[in-house]
Ligand binder design. Structure first.
Ligand SMILES: NC(=O)c1ccc[n+]([C@@H]2O[C@H](COP(=O)([O-])OP(=O)(O)OC[C@H]3O[C@@H](n4cnc5c(N)ncnc54)[C@H](O)[C@@H]3O)[C@@H](O)[C@H]2O)c1
Length: 398
C-alpha cells in the first residue's frame, strides 16, 4: 500500500484451468501480465491434481501453490498472510464448472475474472450475479472482443450519436472446426463443447454466438426486446447445435441478426459486425482488427486504422491502444484490456474507493447474465419453431 492509501503493488493472480493441452488458460495468463500489473502466484490448473502440480514449473508457480482442487486452493490461500494471498481468481475451465468455482472464489473474498459463457444455465448466472453484488467483489467476464481499440472507438462514436439512430446490426461468428465429429476423436475442446452436461443448453450458440451478441450489445448500447431463433445440428449424431441464427428486435425499434456457425469449411475465427445508423454505417472484423470501415452516402468510404495519436480516435479508442499505428495489436492486447479495466476496479476496491458494476468499460457479470439469458431464450425459441420470446432482462446495461 502506498502512503496515499492507494494500492500500489502488483496484484496476485490464481488461475483455474490451463492444464496440459488446454486452450484459453494460457491466454489469460499472458494477457493478465501484459501490463506488468499482476503476477501468477497460484493455481488449480487441472481437474487432475497430478497434472495441476506437473504444470507448476511451466507457469513459474511454486509446486506448493499448484493445488489439487479449487476448494484446497481457496482454503489454503485464505490461510496465508494478507500480503501473500491471491487477490483474484481467473476461471478458465469448461462451462459447467464456472458456477461452483466462481461461487467458491467469491465466498473466499476474492475478485473473479471468469470466461464465457458465465455458467451452465441462467438460474446459476442470476444467483452468481446476486452473490457478486453482495460481496462487493470485482467480477469481469472475458468477452474479450470488447477490448479491441476500434471496437471501443465504435462504441464511443455510436453513444455520441455520430452514426445517428442505430437501426440495423448484423453480427456473424463463423468457424469450421466442428465440420466433422471431432468430439469422437477425443479432442478435448470439442468433447466438452458438444456435451450438454458440460456446455449447457446450446453448443455453437453458447460457445460463440454469445460473443457476437455481446459485441453487438457493446458496440451499439442497444437494449434487446425480443428474439426469434433457429438453431440446427448439421453433423449427424451431435447433441448440440453447430449452426444457427437469431433475429433480434431492439427496444429502440432496430433489428439485429446473429449468425453463428462451427461447420463452415475453411473458416477460422471469423467474428464480424456491420452496423447501420441513420447518419452512417460501420463494419469491423476481428481477423483484421486494426481496421474499421465507416461509410456515409455521398462520401468516400473512410478506413479507420488503430492509431493512438490520430485526431480521429476518441478517448475510449486511444485508451485501449498500447503501440503506435502500424504495429499490429490483436487478441492478447484486447484480452489484456479486459484485465486492465478489472485491475483498475480491484485497486479501487482494495483502496476503499467505490466502483460500480453497472458502468464498467469491461464486460462484467451483468453482461454474463445477459449472455446466459440470450442462450436460454434462443434455445427456447428454436424449440418453438422460432417463436418470438422476450430477450429483456433486469441485469442488462447499455
Ligand atoms: N474468451 C474466449 O475467447 C474464449 C476462448 C476459448 C475458450 N473460452 C472459454 O474458456 C473456458 C475453457 O475453454 P478451453 O477451450 O480453454 O477448455 P480446455 O478444455 O482447453 O481447458 C480446460 C482446462 O480446465 C481444466 N479443468 C476442468 N475442470 C477443472 C476443475 N474443476 N479445476 C481445475 N481445472 C479444471 C482442465 O483440466 C483443462 O486444463 C470455456 O468456458 C470456454 O467457453 C473462451
Amino acid at each position: 500500500m502506498s502512503t496515499n492509501g492507494k494500492l500500489n503493488r502488483k496484484l496476485r493472480m490464481a488461475l483455474v484451468g490451463g492444464g496440459p493441452g488446454a486452450f484459453i488458460g494460457r491466454v489469460h495468463v499472458t494477457a493478465a501480465v501484459l501490463d506488468n500489473r499482476a503476477s501468477l502466484v497460484a493455481g488449480a490448473f487441472s481437474s487432475d491434481p497430478a497434472k495441476s502440480k506437473s504444470v507448476a514449473p511451466d507457469y513459474d508457480v511454486p509446486v506448493a501453490r499448484a493445488y489439487g482442487s479449487v476448494d484446497e486452493m481457496i482454503a489454503s490461500e485464505r490461510a496465508l498472510p494478507a500480503d501473500q494471498r491471491i487477490d483474484f481468481v481467473t476461471v478458465a475451465t469448461p462451462n459447467h464448472t464456472h458456477f461452483p468455482i466462481a461461487k467458491a472464489a467469491l465466498a473466499g473474498g476474492f475478485n473473479v475474472i471468469c470466461d464465457k459463457p458465465l455458467t451452465l444455465d441462467l438460474a446459476q448466472a442470476e444467483e452468481l450475479h446476486q452473490l457478486a453484488k453482495s460481496s462487493g467483489a470485482v467480477f469481469a467476464v472475458t468477452h474479450n472482443y470488447t477490448g479491441y481499440p476500434l471496437v471501443r472507438q465504435a462504441r464511443q462514436m455510436i453513444l455520441n450519436g455520430e452514426l445517428g439512430d442505430i437501426q440495423a446490426v448484423r453480427a456473424f461468428y463463423i468457424q469450421g472446426w466442428l465440420r466433422s465429429r471431432l468430439e469422437e476423436s477425443g479432442q478435448k475442446q470439442a468433447a466438452w463443447r458438444t456435451d450438454p452436461t458440460k456446455s449447457g443448453a446450446a453448443g455453437c450458440f453458447g460457445d460463440i454466438a454469445t460473443h457476437a451478441y455481446n459485441l453487438a450489445r457493446y458496440m451499439t448500447g442497444l437494449l434487446p426486446d425480443k428474439v426469434s431463433a433457429n438453431l440446427k445440428v448439421f453433423e449427424p449424431g451431435r447433441a448440440l447445435d453447430d449452426y444457427g441464427h437469431a433475429v433480434i428486435r431492439f427496444q429502440n425499434g432496430g433489428l439485429g441478426t446473429v449468425t453463428a456457425s462451427q461447420i463452415s469449411h475453411g473458416r477460422e475465427n471469423d467474428l464480424s459486425i456491420e452496423i447501420d445508423g441513420t447518419l452512417g454505417a460501420l463494419s469491423w472484423r476481428q481477423e483484421e482488427p486494426n481496421v474499421m470501415i465507416v461509410r456515409r452516402n455521398g462520401s468516400p468510404h473512410a478506413m479507420y486504422t488503430r492509431d493512438p495519436n490520430a485526431p480521429f480516435m476518441n478517448d475510449m479508442g486511444k485508451a485501449a491502444c498500447r503501440l503506435p499505428s502500424g504495429h499490429p495489436e490483436a487478441f492478447f492486447e484486447a484480452f489484456a484490456n479486459v484485465y486492465r479495466g478489472a485491475y483498475d476496479d480491484m485497486v479501487k476496491r482494495a483502496s476503499g474507493e467505490s466502483f460500480s458494476l453497472t458502468d464498467t468499460v469491461y464486460p462484467n457479470i451483468a453482461d454474463g447474465v445477459d449472455g446466459m439469458n440470450f442462450i436460454q431464450q434462443c434455445v427456447a425459441s428454436s424449440q418453438q419453431d422460432g417463436a418470438w420470446l422476450s430477450l429483456a432482462h433486469p441485469a442488462q446495461r447499455r
